[in-house]
Structures are given as C-alpha cells and as structure tokens.
Write a protein that binds this ligand. Sequence first.
Ligand code: GDP
Length: 175
Amino acid sequence: MVCFIGRSNVGKSSLIKALFSLAPEVEVRVSKTPGHTKKMNFFKVGKYFTLVDMPGYGYRAPEDFVDMVETYLKERKNLLRTFLLVDSVAGIQKADNIAIEMCEEFALPYVMVLTKIDKSSTGHLLKQVLEIQKFVATKTQGCFPQLFPVSAVTYSGIHLLRCFIATITGNLKTN
Ligand code: GDP
C-alpha cells in the first residue's frame, strides 16, 4: 500500500489520473470511506497494490488533516511509502511543512513529488529542485533523496514515478 498526500490544489487528483491512464490494462477500483467530508479514496490496482488518496490540506485544513490522516498514517503497518506532493511553482509552503514534520515524527519513509513542472521555465524549475534537494538533504531523515518532478499535462516524469511505485510494491517484472 502506498499513499499520496498534498495540499489542496497541488495537482494530486490529476497526477493519480495520469498514473492510471498510462496503465489501461490494470483494473482500478475506487472505494470511498463514507462519513468523511474530506474523504480518503482507495484505489485498488488489480491484485497488485492499493493507492490511498488522502484528503488535501490547506490553510484551514490542518486540524482535519491531523485528526484523520495522522491517525491513519500512524497506524498503518502495511504502508510501504508515502508520496508527498509539492507544487514546483510555489515550492515548499507552510502547509507542506506540517506534512513533512508529521512524516518525520512518525518516521515514515516518504518521497517528494514536484507537480506541475510544465508551468515554470527551466531556470525556475532548476532553482526549485536544487533548493528542495538541499532541504531534503539537510533537514529531513526519512525523505528519499531523489525527487520526482512530474507533469500531469505533458506526462513528463510519470513513467519514472510508475516504475518507482512498481519497484517498492514489488511489481516490477524483470524478465
Ligand atoms: P488536487 O486538489 O491536489 O487534487 O489538484 P487537482 O489535480 O485538482 O489540480 C488543481 C489544478 O491544477 C487544476 O486546475 C489542474 O488542472 C491543475 N494541474 C494539475 N496538475 C497539473 C500539471 O501537471 N500541470 C499544469 N499546468 N496544471 C496542473
């Protein structure tokens, strides 16, 4: 099981859609957790793995987020990796920091995905990547050192992210 978290509007649903649209052969079943206004979606990907889409967080959402997501992340023993989405145009925001601190506190293995890379110039993107890379190297313990820059519009980086997910969930065919 892997999960995706990120603040509202970071491009999470677009990314999940892009990841799945490149794999039309797998059957994806969506189940929603009832009774939550800010819902969690579970995508069961064939017999391979489950992807959990966590509710987005933002300026007003940290409390909801803390209540529900924290509990989930803390108690899930079969959570292989958490994908934390950061907007590549805006960089790491205050709300992102809350999620980063949470991952660190619970010692979750997590990966940073930079979204919407088609929106900035190469120069701006490079600057953001270098800054975030430095942040990851100096300020985090549990974050994977390699960032995954992606675009749900151009599909740039989507294949690499898929391969990474396949590897960590043990679904990469090597024959
Ligand atoms: P969510 O709230 O995190 O699920 O965000 P959405 O996936 O709904 O995306 C928020 C907005 O950003 C929408 O207007 C999307 O069209 C836009 N968006 C998402 N991904 C990309 C991307 O890779 N490139 C660009 N240019 N826009 C994107």
